[in-house]
Design a protein. Structure first.
Length: 224
């Protein structure tokens, strides 16, 4: 017999894309190399990487760079050309399908433009109920807007959701949205303060969520 979840019982797992679902660092490195060479910018990738999680224009402002539209066009073209370098982290697909099988709704909250995010997400074969990317209403991360808008899409209260991110801006976004946060330790950055729950691998998410009083299917060794 199939159990139908009421609206009050529904739960949502929202995730960042870069550094959480996909290892896109090689793509970003190649795109930033193209920007640096074409526009004569002497800013190392490591400086760019420190601000990951924010929209591109915000990162450029943090780096003190101008002519942002031209830089973004170059970055976008190079990113699309190198998109084949992006690979999902080991175990991500199994974990997402486990959540879906248990009735969770999936959402993605990313600072990657939708035209670059959508092809990557399609490779995972999961039914993402909401994808919030730059270009829509509201401010970008670390503001809470994109995460809250994703929950509006799903008709889910913040208390019934969990956000998984890989940067301090993700942590701040979740804190300001009053959404429980888990930091993906396999990602690219620190989690900021105060110290949140930390998952050391994608399959670790299932244990952490179970410990929080929310259930998700996990059979020891099944995702190894």
């Amino acid at each position: 017999m199939t159990t139908v979840q009421t609206t009050a019982e529904r739960r949502a797992l929202a995730l960042d894309l870069d550094g959480v679902l996909f290892d896109t660092r090689p793509v970003m490195q190649e795109a930033w190399r193209a920007v640096s060479e074409r526009h004569g910018i002497d800013v190392p990738f490591e400086s760019y990487e420190q601000h990951l999680g924010r929209p591109f224009a915000d990162i450029m402002e943090c780096l003190g760079l101008v002519d942002i539209d031209r830089l973004h066009q170059t970055y976008t073209e190079a990113s699309k050309a190198a998109s084949w370098l992006a690979q999902p982290f080991d175990g991500v697909e199994d974990v997402l399908h486990a959540f879906v099988a248990d009735g969770w709704l999936l959402a993605v909250v990313t600072s990657k433009p939708l035209d670059r995010a959508a092809p990557l997400l399609a490779r995972l074969g999961c039914p993402f109920a909401s994808v919030r990317a730059p270009g829509g209403p509201g401010r970008g991360k670390p503001a809470p807007d994109p995460l809250l808008l994703a929950l509006v899409d799903l008709a889910i209260d913040p208390s019934a959701a969990m956000y998984v991110g890989g940067m301090a801006v993700d942590h701040e976004c979740a804190r300001r949205a009053d959404v429980p946060y888990v930091h993906a330790d396999w990602g690219y950055g620190s989690h900021g303060s105060p110290t949140p729950r930390v998952a050391h691998s994608p399959k670790d998410l299932l244990r952490l969520l179970d410990e929080s009083g929310q259930t998700a299917p996990f059979i020891e060794g099944s995702l190894l």
